[in-house]
Design a protein around this ligand. Structure first.
Ligand code: PMP
Length: 284
């Protein structure tokens, strides 16, 4: 596989950055992940818009234009022959003598690589996934897609040790914030699709945005409000959205079956709608 590091395409095993890189020392950086379907980038305009916002919030200067970034992504997808998978992109404040405040005159680091992954047909899409809830131990600016992911690493590990595929994090307000790497949704018995409104408490999911638009377009009832784990246990359905998993039905939360314990009709339909949308709008 070929990766991109600061202006050069190089074999993945040769792709290296300094141990003084601030991404490594301070998690002083941001990232994006976009799905690839049929060799084309899915929902990429939304991912680039969020990248620009994350950069701005951290006063990080982008070493490339958004157009150049798209070119890098497309080059990697083509050269690595990725039909289905992801493109990962990271920008850090660069390598400098270790000091907490921003260094002066340092060029930010830009790296990118691809990953092959089955996202269209997955066993989890058919069978649904099991999840657990854990306390949300992250910092207060979860709307910024920073590479400081330790709390999410611990949450995903807790899920894995419980034989589950994802963890939903419970914020200090007692309400679910989101999944460790996905947006959380439930569907009430009355048929309303419920997800927490965007704020500094959660990452504004690109897939969330498209799925909510598709739901509204198809006349489904949408309510943007916070919900608790207890409400989720009693919901008719639950599901998650993310670039790398699209829409996945959730069949159990903390060991309690959701609905009849099988992927629900709304989640299944939303996955199909999002897939059609993704294929129709993906760009190469
Ligand atoms: N929340 C968190 C914490 C995430 O890491 C992700 C994955 N990037 C999401 C939500 C879903 O966002 P998206 O649909 O843009 O992948």
């Amino acid at each position: 596989d070929i990766a991109y590091v600061n202006g050069a395409y190089t074999p993945l095993e040769d792709a290296k950055i300094s141990i003084l890189d601030r991404g490594f020392l301070f998690a002083d950086g941001v990232y994006e992940v976009a799905a690839v379907i049929d060799g084309r980038l899915v929902d990429n305009a939304a991912h680039l818009a969020r990248l620009e916002r994350s950069l701005k919030e951290l006063r990080l200067e982008c070493p490339a234009s958004m157009q150049e970034i798209v070119e890098i992504e497309k080059t990697l997808v083509a050269r690595n022959g990725i039909a289905e998978g992801m493109v990962y992109l990271q920008i850090t404040r660069g390598a400098a003598e270790r000091d907490f405040a921003f260094p002066k005159g340092v060029k930010p680091t830009l790296i990118a690589f691809t990953q092959e992954k089955n996202i269209l047909s997955s066993l989890y899409a058919e069978k649904g996934i099991r999840i657990v809830t854990v306390p949300d131990q992250r910092w207060a600016r979860r709307d910024i897609k920073s590479v400081a992911l330790l709390a999410q690493v611990l949450a995903k590990q807790a899920a894995s040790e419980a034989g589950c595929q994802e963890a939903w994090m419970v914020g200090p307000d007692g309400y679910i914030t989101e999944g460790s790497s996905s947006t959380a949704f439930i569907i009430t018995k009355a048929g309303a699709i419920v997800t927490r409104p965007n704020s500094e408490a959660i990452l504004p999911g690109c897939t969330r945005l498209s799925v909510l638009a598709l739901a509204a377009e198809h006349g489904l009832d949408v309510a943007e409000r916070a919900f608790t784990a207890e409400e989720a246990y009693e919901a008719a359905e639950a599901f998650l959205t993310s670039a790398s998993n699209l829409v996945l039905p959730i069949v159990s939360i903390d060991g309690r079956a959701i609905g009849d314990g099988k992927p629900g009709p709304h989640a299944t339909r939303l996955r199909a709608l999002y897939l059609d949308f993704a294929r129709a709008t993906a760009c190469s």
